[in-house]
Design a protein around this ligand. Structure first.
Ligand code: HEC
Length: 256
């Protein structure tokens, strides 16, 4: 292999590393909204945990997570038992659903997937956009549809908070003529609230942000500890480099 070839191969590495970020936003082409994730924000994680057990755990499990893992986000054993454990007996039990899988399949046409590592496969921005993109659609079995997951089998379970919205698809016009895009008339998609929920849009976005923060955290509950250990390891390595260098100087002092 020539040096030139080697260099061009090395040049590809940053592109490969950036690939997930460059991938299309979603298969639907809908632009994803960005969300700030902070898995050290325990107040946000606790709020997310509450929303999760109240609104998601009826259908979705998070079997890789045990209830006592929630001790790491500043909750006490009593708080977990009294406020968050509806489907389990023991604090060491996994976050499973009581709902039988066969019943779920009959009801929704598909089994709601386990959400333990959903943030790792879908990404935080996708989840944040998904949970805020439900709209009313009389043509689906549930009466709901979703902009980033068309014809999803999941109803909008947070509708009483966000309210009900409908989708409006209008052709884009220029001088009264439809604008063409990739050989098709271009459309503009907007959403209109037809019935407000109990939260205003800012409050709802905050609730979803906390929920997504929680989903990111359960995907890797030890990430904060791991990052801290990483800092100490680098620190210890730097000290070792200094010591090794001093040792080398001492050994070679009399050699000329
Ligand atoms: C009434 C039952 C039900 C509830 C409650 C529910 N879901 Fe779902 N969810 C489903 C079903 C069914 C699917 C599968 C949809 C499909 O594949 O068409 C799904 C799919 C999903 C997906 C997409 C998974 C994938 O394929 O990538 C995510 C993410 C999700 N749900 C998150 C949530 C969150 C977060 C909550 C709580 C706010 C929640 N769900 C509450 C039934 C439910």
């Amino acid at each position: 292999m020539t040096i030139k070839k080697l260099l061009s191969l090395i040049a590809v590495v940053p592109v490969l590393l950036a690939a997930p970020a460059l991938a299309p936003a979603a298969e639907t082409g809908v632009k994803l909204d960005r969300v700030e994730i902070d898995t050290t924000d325990v107040v946000s994680l606790q709020s997310g945990a509450r929303t999760f057990v109240n609104y998601c755990l009826n259908c979705h499990s998070a079997s890789l997570v045990r209830y006592n893992t929630l001790l790491n986000i500043g909750l006490t054993e009593d708080q977990i038992k009294d406020n968050l454990m509806f489907t389990a007996e023991k604090i060491g039990d996994p976050m499973d659903v009581a709902f039988p899988k066969s019943a779920a399949k009959a009801m929704f046409g598909t089994v709601p997937p386990d959400l333990s590592v959903i943030a790792r496969s879908r990404g935080a921005d996708w989840l944040y956009t998904y949970l805020r993109s439900f709209y009313r659609d009389p043509n689906t079995a549930t009466g709901w549809n979703n902009a980033v997951f068309p014809n999803v089998g999941m109803p909008h379970v947070l509708w009483s908070l966000q309210g009900e919205r409908v989708q409006k698809v209008e052709p884009v016009l220029r001088d009264g003529q439809p604008v063409m895009e990739h050989g098709k008339p271009a459309v503009r998609v907007t959403y209109e609230t037809v019935r407000p929920g109990s939260m205003d849009p800012t409050e709802y976005d905050q609730l979803v942000r906390d929920l997504v923060n929680f989903l990111v955290w359960i995907g890797e509950p030890h990430q904060n500890a791991r990052k801290q250990i990483g800092v100490w390891v680098v620190f210890a390595l730097v000290i070792l480099i200094g010591l090794t260098y001093a040792l080398k100087r001492a050994y070679w002092k009399d050699v000329h």
